[in-house]
Design a protein around this ligand. Structure first.
Ligand SMILES: [Zn+2]
Length: 375
C-alpha cells in the first residue's frame, strides 16, 4: 500500500539536487518472460541503453546502475511493476512493488522521475467495501490493487444490543418487529459512520456486501452523496478474508476500468477518422513524438515493436530507416521501441495508456499504437 511516508520520500527524491536514477520494471510473474528472474536481464539491457544514450563516461550513472542491479537482485516480484529510485550521493533509495502495470522505462536526471507513479495515484479510483450483517460491519479500502481493512476506524460503532431474554412468552410478530427495528437502528449507525469514514478516506466508489437483507437495507439508508458512489450490492460473506474480497471485487473494478478505457479509444478513433487531433500507426505516431506533439500515447498492453533510434539527435524512427533523415547518422536498432516511445512521451510531459480487453479490440481495428495530440 502506498502510504504518506512513501509520498514524502518521493517528494524528497524528486526535489533532491544532483542526479537520481529511476527505474520502472515489469516484474509481473503472470508473464512467462519474467519468470526465473529474467526481469533482471531486462533491467541490465535497460541500464546499458540508458548509459549508451547518456554519452561520455558517466561514472556516477555507472555506479548508480550497479547499485540498482544489486537492489533488484534482492527484490521479491510480488506484484506487476517495480518502481525504484536511487540517489547514490545521498544514499537514498525508494522501492515499491506495485500491483498495477506502469509503462517500463529507465530515467537518469535531476530529481526522481515520479510522474507515472504520481499519475497512477491520481487516476486510480479508491474503492470502499462495506460488509454488514445484523450485528457487524467491516470496512475495507482497495487502492492500486491492494486491500486494507480499517479495523481501528470501525471499532467506534456500538454493537447492536442483544435481544432481550424471552422469559415472558410474546407473540411471534412482536419479536420479529423488535428484531427488525433493532437491525435497522444498527444499520442507521453503520450508514452514518460509513459516511463519515468514506469522506475521510476519499472513496470514489462503494461496494456493499454481507448478508443480503442488511446489505440492501444499508444501501437504502446511505446518505445521498454516497448513494451516487455505490456500484453494487454483492453477496460477499461478512466473514470473508481480505484476499477473498479482493478477488470478488476485482471483476467489478476491471469492468469499470475497461469501460473508461473503451471511452478513451472511442474518442481516439473518432478523431483519427475525421483527421482530427489523433493519429494511428507507428510512423505517424513517431513523427508526432519527435515533434513533441503527443498528449497521450495509447498502445496494446504487452505490445513489442522494433524501431530505430538516432543517438545523435535522439529522434525515433521506423525500423526501415537506416540513416537519420535529420543528421544523417547511422541509426541504432531498437527492439524495445514501445518503451523508448513511452519514455519520450513521458519526458515531454505527455501521458501513456496501455489498453487491454474490449478497448484493445477496438484499437486493433486501426492499429496497435496510436496517439492523441495536443490541441
Ligand atoms: Zn539524428
Amino acid at each position: 500500500m502506498i502510504r504518506h511516508r512513501d509520498v514524502d520520500q518521493l517528494q524528497q527524491l524528486s526535489q533532491a539536487p544532483g542526479k537520481t536514477l529511476t527505474v520502472y520494471l515489469d516484474v509481473d510473474q503472470n508473464n512467462v518472460a519474467n519468470r526465473k528472474r529474467q526481469f533482471e536481464t531486462r533491467l541490465k539491457d535497460m541500464l546499458r541503453q540508458l548509459r549508451a544514450s547518456s554519452g561520455e563516461n558517466d561514472e556516477e550513472l555507472a555506479t548508480t546502475a550497479g547499485e540498482i542491479e544489486e537492489i533488484v537482485r534482492r527484490i521479491e516480484p510480488t506484484g506487476k511493476t517495480l518502481v525504484l529510485a536511487r540517489h547514490s550521493k545521498l544514499g537514498v533509495t525508494f522501492r515499491k512493488v506495485l500491483k498495477i502495470a506502469l509503462p517500463p522505462g529507465g530515467y537518469w536526471g535531476n530529481g526522481a522521475f515520479m510522474r507515472p507513479l504520481i499519475e497512477a495515484l491520481d487516476e486510480h479510483e479508491r474503492f470502499g467495501i462495506v460488509l454488514v450483517d445484523s450485528k457487524r460491519a467491516r470496512l475495507f479500502t482497495i487502492f492500486l490493487g491492494e486491500i486494507e481493512e480499517h479495523r481501528d476506524l470501525i471499532a467506534d460503532i456500538p454493537p447492536r444490543p442483544d435481544s432481550p431474554s424471552t422469559d415472558k412468552p410474546r407473540s411471534q410478530s412482536r419479536m420479529e418487529r423488535h428484531h427488525d427495528e433493532s437491525v435497522t437502528s444498527h444499520l442507521r449507525v453503520v450508514a452514518l459512520e460509513i459516511g463519515r469514514l468514506l469522506d475521510q478516506l476519499e472513496i470514489d466508489r462503494l461496494i456493499i456486501g454481507g448478508a443480503v437483507g442488511p446489505a440492501s437495507e444499508l444501501a437504502r439508508l446511505l446518505p445521498k452523496r454516497l448513494r451516487t458512489k455505490l456500484v453494487e450490492v454483492q453477496a460477499i460473506p461478512v466473514t470473508a478474508s481480505a484476499e477473498d474480497i479482493l478477488s470478488r471485487t476485482a471483476e467489478v473494478q476491471t469492468r469499470l476500468e475497461r469501460a473508461d478505457e473503451l471511452e478513451i479509444i472511442r474518442d481516439l478513433l473518432r478523431e483519427v477518422r475525421k483527421g482530427g487531433r489523433a493519429v494511428a500507426g507507428m510512423s505517424a505516431v513517431l513523427d508526432n513524438i519527435n515533434e513533441g506533439r503527443v498528449w497521450k500515447l495509447v498502445y496494446l498492453q504487452g505490445l513489442t515493436l522494433e524501431g530505430a533510434v538516432c543517438d545523435g539527435c535522439n529522434m525515433l524512427f521506423d525500423p526501415a530507416n537506416e540513416h537519420c533523415p535529420i543528421c544523417t547518422k547511422v541509426l541504432e536498432r531498437e527492439t524495445k521501441m514501445i518503451d523508448r516511445m513511452s519514455r519520450a512521451v513521458l519526458e515531454h510531459g505527455g501521458h501513456v495508456e496501455m489498453v487491454d480487453g474490449p478497448a484493445a479490440e477496438a484499437l486493433r481495428q486501426v492499429s496497435e499504437v496510436a496517439a492523441l495530440l495536443h490541441s
